[in-house]
Design a protein around this ligand. Structure first.
Ligand code: AMP
Ligand code: MG
Length: 362
């Protein structure tokens, strides 16, 4: 029997989950948000520093255990934003010294995949659609392999960047999802897939241009005056009474078209990976996977090709400490750990790739 505490801090979320024999006892988190603007790593790290103790004690309380019952401390070692990862690692090391318990460094992306076991997915292809990461991953021949990925930015960062440009704050995903429900008007956007890889920055530029052609530019080039659901006003460059000839794009139409286009791209890459690997289970992971339309599109694709489809609950899709504890426990049980005397051997790995992970626990 083991009780593992998992710490997540790769980006916007500081989370602590407690796992006992594959069962999640608690999963508490605090996520950095803004009404305007985006995510500034040093500010997010400050958020983590200010919330870590509270999250820790809340998580222990929810799990109904005292800290001396913890057998090991797992933490997200990477990939992620260095200032945020450092906060998680520092806290893990402090706890390791205080409780005299070992540390288990965990790869964040693999944790998203492995926690899928709780949905009964056995050997899935995972469509991992999160803020910074967008990958199609599966375990094959002794490694977690990346079959497809974004060639530029993560799909969540892409959605957030568009939302920020439209002046609707961070995180943009849930707001874009709500806006998309108000429209059924599909505006053509670039569709950029290369094999099993996707690219989003061209679509972002295209969407920004559509917004720019609509509304007066403020001095920052943003559109803070644009409210959800508004039809944007014409550009100040067109101050004559003549129609500009440019369509007047509604934010809801752009949100709808964004979702239809980029989710179709993601589903296409996931389907190719299923065909390529011969696997017949699709698992969703990452915060963007909370989106009901993405889930619906994946479900339809899986039904059409006779594959099984698995979606963890939202609290396990978005970044969270429980998934780190879950994989941490699997690794701990295979003897993968560092004692509190070996802490200097452990560092963060901000750029660790899924296929670099040495898999010693399968
Ligand atoms: P993660 O990095 O996995 O925690 O995911 C965070 C990302 O998920 C952010 O970019 C959010 O905007 C995005 N996200 C959260 N909820 C939704 C949603 N309902 N639809 C689309 N994206 C979402
Ligand atoms: Mg993630």
């Amino acid at each position: 029997m083991s009780i593992i505490l998992g710490i997540e801090s790769t980006a916007h979320t500081f989370g602590i989950g407690i796992v006992k024999n594959g069962k999640i006892l608690s999963n508490i988190k605090s996520s950095f948000t803004t009404e305007k603007g985006g995510l500034i790593p040093l500010e997010v790290a400050k958020h983590h520093r200010e919330n870590k103790e509270r999250i820790y004690f809340e998580s222990l309380e929810k799990a109904g255990i005292s800290e001396d019952k913890i057998d090991a401390i797992a933490f997200s070692q990477g990939p992620g934003l260095a200032p945020c990862l450092l906060e998680g690692m520092k806290f893990a090391k402090e706890l390791s010294l205080k409780l005299k318990k070992p540390i288990v460094p965990v790869n964040h992306c693999v944790a998203h995949l492995e926690v899928g076991q709780l949905t009964n997915a056995r050997d899935p292809v995972m469509l991992y659609a999160s803020g910074a990461n967008t990958q199609v991953i599966a375990y094959a021949s002794g490694k977690y392999r990346v079959f497809g990925e974004t060639l530029d930015i993560g799909v969540g960062n892409f959605i957030d960047a568009f939302a920020r440009y439209a002046g609707i704050g961070f995180p943009g995903g849930p707001k874009i999802e709500r806006l998309a429900l108000e429209s059924k008007n599909l505006i053509e956007l670039p569709y950029t897939i290369k094999g099993m890889d996707c690219a989003f920055s061209g679509i972002l530029t295209n969407l920004k241009q559509k917004l720019e052609n609509n509304s007066p530019r403020d001095t920052q080039g943003g559109h803070e005056n644009l409210q959800a659901g508004d039809t944007a006003v014409p550009s100040p460059r067109d101050d004559s009474d003549e129609p500009s000839g440019e369509p007047n794009y509604k934010l809801s139409d752009l949100a709808y078209s964004l979702q239809e286009t980029v989710f179709a791209m993601l589903v296409e890459t996931a389907e190719r990976a299923l065909a390529h690997t011969g696997k017949n289970e699709l698992l969703l992971g990452g915060g963007v996977a909370c989106n009901s339309r993405l889930q619906e599109m994946c479900k339809i694709m899986c039904e059409e090709r006779g594959a099984k489809f698995f979606v963890p609950e939202n609290s396990l899709l978005a970044d969270n400490g429980a998934m780190i504890g879950f994989l941490g426990e699997i690794m701990f049980k295979k003897g993968i750990k560092f004692s509190s005397e070996e802490l200097n051997k452990i560092d963060i790995l901000p750029r660790e790739r899924t296929d670099d992970v040495e898999v010693k626990w399968k």
